[in-house]
Each structure stands twice: as structure tokens, then as C-alpha cells.
Design a protein around this ligand. Sequence first.
Ligand SMILES: NC(=O)c1ccc[n+]([C@@H]2O[C@H](COP(=O)([O-])OP(=O)(O)OC[C@H]3O[C@@H](n4cnc5c(N)ncnc54)[C@H](O)[C@@H]3O)[C@@H](O)[C@H]2O)c1
Ligand SMILES: [Mg+2]
Ligand SMILES: [Mg+2]
Ligand SMILES: [Mg+2]
Ligand SMILES: [Zn+2]
Length: 468
Amino acid sequence: MFGGERAASEELLERFLDAAACGDLALVTSLLSNAPSLLNRAGTNGWTALMLAARNGHHGLVGALLQHGCDKSLLNRSSQSAFDVAKFWGHTHICRLLLRPDPSLDPDQLSSTPVSQEGKRWIPPQSPHETYFSAEPLDRLSAKRPDQDWVRSRLKGPQTVILLFHRLSPMMRDQDGDQEGESSAMQSRLCRFSHKEVEDLLERPGSVLVFLGVERRRPPPSAADGEPRAWFALGLDSESEEELLKRSCEKHSRFAQNAHRDLLRLSEEEAGVVAQARSVLAWHSRYSHCSTCGSVSRVEEAGHKRSCESQACISHKGVHNTCYPRVDPVVIMLVVHPDQSQVLLGRKKVFPSGMFSCLAGFIEPGECVEAAVRREVQEESGVLVGPVWYVCSQPWPMPSSLMIGCLTVAMTTEINVDQEEIEEAQWFTRQQVVDSLLGGPRAAFTVPPRQTIAHQLLRHWTGLSANL
Ligand SMILES: NC(=O)c1ccc[n+]([C@@H]2O[C@H](COP(=O)([O-])OP(=O)(O)OC[C@H]3O[C@@H](n4cnc5c(N)ncnc54)[C@H](O)[C@@H]3O)[C@@H](O)[C@H]2O)c1
Ligand SMILES: [Mg+2]
Ligand SMILES: [Mg+2]
Ligand SMILES: [Mg+2]
Ligand SMILES: [Zn+2]
């Protein structure tokens, strides 16, 4: 190519990338129709049109570029894909678009891990949701909860789903094998019952019924009452597991035995439903009596409130949060070394051998998120930290924590673990973290499962760079 032609080609590329960064769909389309080879070309630092559109939240343009067949697995010079960029900037709707399977892709290509220009390996994206347990497939319709007639009619709806919980464990069944389009992590499904199948259990003493919400998607035309499907959770503590399991006509039905293991095997949507149901049922099981005066309390608002039976109780006056399900805020933080190339991870005695995770701790009364991060890091590791940034959150229904995920930068580096809670803490390099996330023989330690926010914070940090 002659010098003049090269300059014209570079100028065209610059116009094309500018148009993508600005979300100018008309100009991008017209430039592509004249020069289709622009589609996957990269400018400074390896940024393609798709990455720029993803960076600036141009959903329509990302969709159009994908329809043109652009390569979404390309990486920039910092080993980030368009997905990594969209995720970093919080454009979840674009992440979902980028995660859709590409029907034109050669199936053989799916098994190979994309490699950047510098030969760095790319960690493929996994979850379209912010974090496991945070999916919201149901519309909670909280305003409908006090309307007992409406709740009763939804409970008896022909499509209604009732989930059975025995001592906070949902009845579930193991999948026989992966179904098409589902991830390998989705190994269990919740057992679903109709009103007729469990009607007698609703009357059992100590049973608690919680209205969870209605499905957001429109009911199928075949739906008998034309209403969206409602979901309920029924908590039973006194019945035997065997008696309840007999009601299931599905093979391999069982109650989750170990919440930390079994609840992580559900689909993202079912995990989101269980996060709500388990936390609310855990609250009922621990707050059967009024925590203000000790009298018996009764269930109201479709399982979302408990009111004291004693009319003289002060919980009936003013604002009383003891009447509502509780949520305990917890900070969880990835502490970055002042040189930015290492992170601090710790081990609790109860962790499986070789596993290290982010430090975490309950927020105390009168404490803001930043102060809790600084206090817990100092208590558990002796390290002092400065600035704190919020990254993402995760409901953690064991029994009702809300994990608030942060990044923070250390001001000191000497480690002095408390020995009570943390038995060992260590600085790990970026390469060690990347190798451990990828697993295999080069892993320096075991990372927590991908469903945990600790895992997501580590992934987030490996995707960070000044190039964003
Ligand atoms: N999803 C994840 O990735 C992830 C990772 C780490 C921790 N967690 C969860 O975060 C929670 C808190 O972490 P931690 O154990 O390190 O906290 P922590 O460091 O504050 O220590 C726990 C201790 O705090 C006290 N405490 C204070 N407030 C409490 C409350 N509201 N409920 C219970 N105990 C309270 C208790 O003495 C308890 O033993 C744990 O329950 C754990 O399940 C989740
Ligand atoms: Mg802790
Ligand atoms: Mg602590
Ligand atoms: Mg604490
Ligand atoms: Zn009371």
C-alpha cells in the first residue's frame, strides 16, 4: 500500500471508530457498507468498534455490529474483550447481548480459549447477572401483600407454583444431564407443586406461607385464568422429610443437605427465588415471638410481616423494624497492594485446604461501608487501608446477609492476622490470581466458587487496567 492510501485507510478507520464510540449507527452502517473490512479492525490499544460501543453503553449499535458478524472474542492490548469492558462500566444489558450464543460460530471454535495479541489467555464470561442469588425473575408486587383476597386467589391459581422448604432447605431434584443451552453448573432444579398437591400442608401448625411474586413474562395463551404465574414458598419444620418427599412424583427428589454446597447448583433464576424465600423463612423460624415484649406474633402481609398479638405492645406504635424480615449488611473487600499488582487474601480455619478468599465482616451499628471495610481489614489482617470503592453486591441467604463488595487500596503491607478468625493471609500477584481463576496445574491457590461475590471481585480486579 502506498503512503497516501495508508493515510486514507487510517483516516477511514479513525472515522469509523469515532462513530462507534459516539453510537452513530447510521454512519457506522454506511461506512461498513463501503468498507466491510473495518468491522474487526482495532485502533489505539487494540480497541475495536464493538469495544468502544460497549464502553459507552450503545446497546443498539452493539446489536448491529453483532448482526454484521463482528468477532466478540477479540481482546485489546490489556486482554479485555468487549464483554469485560461492558461489565466494568456496569452496562449489564450489553453484557447480556454479548453472551447470547452466536449461531454462525463453528462448534469446534467454542472449546478453544481466545488468545490476545500478546498471547495472554482470556477468561471467558460466565454469568449474565450481576452476582449469583441476585436474579429477580419474579415481580414481588409488594403492594399486593396486604390484600388477602387477592393473595388467596393467586394461591389457588391453576398455574401457581409452590416450593416446599423443610427447615430452610428447599426440595430439589438432581438433573439427569445437561439440557441444551444450560451451563454445566446448573445441576439441580427446585421441585414445584400445585395448590391441590399441598393444600393439606397449608393447615399444619407451624407452617408458614410466603408470597414470592409473579413471573414477569406474559402468561401463555393456554393459561386458564390469563394471569401471570404466582410463586409461593411453604416452610414446614415439624413434618418428616420422608412424608414430604412422598408427595413428589419426580425421581431423585431430596432436600438440600448443605446449603453452602447444594444451593449453588441451581440456575441463576431459581437461585434468585431461593435467596428471597430462604431469608424470609429463616426470619420466621427465629422470630416466632415478638422481640419487643415476648408475646406470640402472627404472620401478616402474605408472609412479609409479623405482628405482636398483645395490643398493649409498643411495636404497634411508630416505626418498628422488628416486624419485618431482617437483612444483615456485610462488607467484603479485595485489598489491593499499593503497587497495584498484588491483592491480599485470607484463609479461615473452616475453609477447604488451599482455598483463599477476600476478607469480610458484618457492618456494625452506626458504621458506614467505608469504615466497616477499614475496621474489618485491620482487625483480620493488621493492614491499614485508604480509599474504598463499591463494586457490586450479593444477597447471601445463609441466612440473610447482603454482601457489599468493595475494592480498597492498602496503605501498609505488613500482615498480622488475628488468629481467631483468620489463620493465614497472604499477598498474591496478578498472575497467581489469573492462574488460580483458570484452575489447572499452575494454580497457586483455590479460589472460592464462581457463585460467590469473592470470586467475582477477583475476576473484576484481573479485568481492571488503566486502559479502561
Ligand atoms: N458470598 C461470599 O463470597 C462470602 C464471602 C465471605 C463471607 N460471606 C458471609 O459473610 C458473613 C460475614 O462474614 P464474617 O463471618 O467474616 O464476619 P465477621 O468478620 O464480622 O466475623 C463474624 C463474627 O461477627 C459477629 N457478628 C457481628 N454481627 C453479626 C451478625 N449480624 N450476625 C452474625 N454474627 C455477627 C459474630 O461474633 C461472628 O462470629 C458470613 O456469614 C459469611 O457467610 C460470604
Ligand atoms: Mg470476617
Ligand atoms: Mg471480622
Ligand atoms: Mg466483625
Ligand atoms: Zn410485642
